[in-house]
Design a protein around this ligand. Structure first.
Ligand code: PMT
Length: 404
């Protein structure tokens, strides 16, 4: 059994030439332990017959909203509720446009609107269609709603052209789903995450901030959600869409972040501080735009509250996870933070102009009282999943120690 064991996967197939790869995708998803139900658009049924999908999935295939037998018991709603995750592969330009517009003009589009399951799309189309501003806009709109986009890849296309627009291979799609789908290890838990930078006003139009993009914290929030938790994300100003199923509270300053965290703390089982909170803020932000009169300007700064240490000092307190962003002496500084802030776990990353901040990848080492684990380097999404698994593991170890 693979890592999709027991998952109900709703596979939507739309009408592009890459549909011929979809039966192989069904086979691979089933090899990973998933239960797969296939829904075809009428155009997809012209490329591959429903009978093929029925044979490989082991279940009847639906391709119409007007199936009287299935709809006698509101079959489409039942199917939407059944799904743990929904994947549309291949997703044509036309389907993405309909999805972005929120249309429900066929069974698959209706299911995508009706399901609460995380939705993934694997675009496949001609390279010009992929680059067209209409498609770019539709994708951006879908991503801003939490739809996850897998691919496309670059290469030779069925139309004879070469470029971006090929559907990812079934093995790649299956691996991507398996890599990001959680193991339910935080089921029933409430997780509070901070992410992104804070901005501390100098005057009405200027602020002190840092290079945090929020990518690491958002990835942690998404991974915790995938692991079954209810997740609240307190975020500084970033350019990222809300992860699917995660409640985001937007803040600007450290003081606002602290207030939001304190308000959300009751009932929280796990707190993860991934935000790059400004340690200092201007003591007295100018009421008007500062004019350039002097050759040198001195700004007095005062300490901001330490949000993480505040959570660790609360009673009762959640399982508290901090990040340590270090330019030097990674381990010593991370261990110092673990102890000084009374953390249960610290994830340390080296930061600099070319690492840590504002990138899709990272490298993490985790430390806890009496132990450590190198999580290696890779995509922040992948590291976040490993970190969430480690958090669940350490929490279980803590409970076992309490019970014995
Ligand atoms: O956002 P990205 O571009 O993806 O970059 C990711 C990241 C490098 C910002 C992230 O991985 C990270 O390391 N976040 C913590 C950054 C940081 O402020 O580290 P620190 O070592 O200065 O702080 C230690 C811990 O205390 C952190 O958990 C921080 O959230 C917390 N803290 C710090 C100061 C403060 N006033 N309040 C806090 O809660």
């Amino acid at each position: 059994m693979g890592s999709l064991a027991g998952k109900n996967v709703l596979l939507g197939v739309t009408g592009g030439i890459a549909a011929y790869k979809a039966p192989d995708l069904v086979r691979r998803l089933r090899e990973q332990g998933a239960e797969v139900r296939v829904v075809l658009t009428p155009a997809a049924a012209r490329f591959v017959t429903p009978l093929t999908f029925q044979a490989v999935s082991g279940h009847p295939v639906r391709d119409s909203l007007w199936d009287e037998a299935a709809e006698a018991a509101m079959g489409h709603i039942e199917l939407a509720r059944w799904a743990d995750l929904a994947l549309v592969a291949p997703a044509t330009a036309d389907f993405l446009a309909r999805l972005a517009a929120g249309l429900a003009d066929d069974l698959l589009a209706t299911l995508c609107l009706a399901t609460a399951a995380p939705l993934w799309v694997a675009p496949a189309m001609n390279r010009q269609m992929w680059a067209h501003p209409a498609t770019v806009e539709n994708l951006a709109r879908l991503e801003s709603r939490g739809v996850r986009v897998l691919g496309p890849a670059e290469g030779a296309q069925a139309c004879g052209e070469t470029g971006a627009g090929r559907m990812l291979e079934p093995a790649e799609l299956t691996a991507a789903l398996a890599a990001e789908d959680g193991d339910g290890s935080l089921q029933g838990r409430r997780v509070l995450v901070t992410a992104g930078p804070t901005r501390e006003a100098l005057d009405p139009v200027r602020y002190l901030s840092n290079r945090s993009s929020g990518k690491m914290g958002y990835a942690v929030a998404a991974a915790a959600r995938a692991a079954g938790a209810e997740v609240v994300l307190v975020s500084g100003p970033v350019e990222l869409p809300a992860p699917a199923g995660v409640r985001v509270i937007g803040v600007e300053t450290a003081a606002q972040m602290q207030a939001a965290v304190q308000a959300e703390l009751p009932g929280t089982d796990v707190f993860v501080g991934a935000a790059a909170v400004a340690d200092y803020r201007p003591a007295e932000p100018a009421g008007q735009k500062i004019k350039k009169r002097e050759e040198a300007l001195q700004v007095a700064l005062v300490r901001n509250p330490d949000i993480l240490a505040g959570v660790a000092a609360a009673t009762p307190r959640p399982f508290v996870v901090g990040f340590a962003a270090e330019t030097h002496d990674l381990e010593a500084n991370a261990r110092q933070k673990l102890e000084a802030k009374r953390l249960d776990l610290v994830a340390a990353n080296a930061v600099g102009p070319d690492r840590g901040f504002d990138r899709d990848d990272n490298a993490l080492r985790a430390f806890w009282p009496g132990g450590e684990r190198d999580l290696g380097s890779g995509a922040k999404r992948v590291l976040a999943k490993q970190l969430v698994e480690l958090i669940a593991e350490r929490m279980r170890a803590g409970h076992q120690a309490e019970d014995s």
